[in-house]
Ligand binder design. Structure first.
Ligand code: HEC
Ligand code: HEC
Length: 193
């Protein structure tokens, strides 16, 4: 956790005014981020998250976790190498400014599954941190309208302690949640606007 604290302290030194969405857009183009995350930040690739409308602080933090090897995901660990903190902040400003939307191939809602997901979300207080409309804030991600396959994958990773953030909130939330419950939560969240 000391590494994370150091990474965070380093980011905090960069004033918000230094972020530049236009510079971030050019860098995303040069680095080919859109090939996986979508040209407008809406992913059409399995298990790959949409980034449009994510809070800038969340994107910045995750990029630093990838770069420092604290979040393991092979493509992103390699792709974040050599990016300076200022460049990460530009990329974050770019994606935060894009309009979120559901992926084009999103399946039809299953009312019974969504209802089970909503009941679980109420019981586990997902909206307390992610906001009642699940749009996220600061270091807490937007989960509304995210790809369902990615949500299933990443929620199982938190449960199985294969993914950790700067705190263990998500690992605690997901403790003991079954695969069937994860499927319901992911379906409910993916169907939100
Ligand atoms: C080869 C495909 C690929 C490319 C290119 C790519 N990414 Fe990713 N990215 C992924 C995958 C897959 C994940 C999900 C990893 C996981 O959690 O398993 C991811 C995750 C992320 C996340 C975490 C988002 C979240 O909701 O958890 C961010 C931020 C991100 N990428 C930013 C970028 C940026 C910025 C670029 C360009 C510099 C980029 N990516 C290029 C495949 C890619
Ligand atoms: C105590 C606050 C808190 C609660 C309650 C909470 N979350 Fe989270 N959640 C977070 C934080 C903080 C992160 C970012 C952690 C990190 O850096 O990995 C996160 C990350 C996530 C992610 C990763 C998204 C991405 O794009 O990478 C998903 C999915 C998620 N939460 C879903 C949920 C669901 C579903 C619930 C309810 C079952 C829930 N959360 C309850 C704080 C919370």
């Amino acid at each position: 956790m000391t590494l994370v604290a150091a990474a965070l302290a380093a980011t905090a030194l960069f004033p918000a005014a230094a972020q530049d969405a236009a510079r971030g857009a050019a860098l995303a183009e040069a680095r080919g981020c859109g090939g996986c995350h979508g040209a407008a930040g809406i992913s059409e690739v399995a298990n790959t998250p949409s980034l449009a409308g994510q809070p800038a602080e969340f994107i910045t933090l995750q990029m630093i976790l990838f770069r420092e090897g604290l979040r393991q995901a092979a493509p992103m660990n390699a792709l974040s190498q050599g990016l300076e903190d200022g460049q990460v902040e530009d990329l974050a400003a770019h994606y935060a400014a894009l309009t979120p939307a559901a992926p084009p191939g999103r399946g039809a809602p299953d009312a019974a599954l969504a209802e089970r997901g909503q009941a679980l979300s109420d019981r586990l207080h997902c909206g307390v941190c992610h906001l009642p409309d699940f749009s996220g804030r600061n270091q807490i991600p937007r989960i509304a309208g995210q790809r369902e396959d990615f949500l299933r994958h990443t929620l199982a990773q938190y449960r199985d302690s294969q993914r950790r953030g700067t705190d263990t909130n998500m690992n605690a939330v997901m403790h003991g949640v079954t695969d069937a419950e994860i499927a319901a939560l992911a379906h409910f969240m993916a169907q939100q606007r």
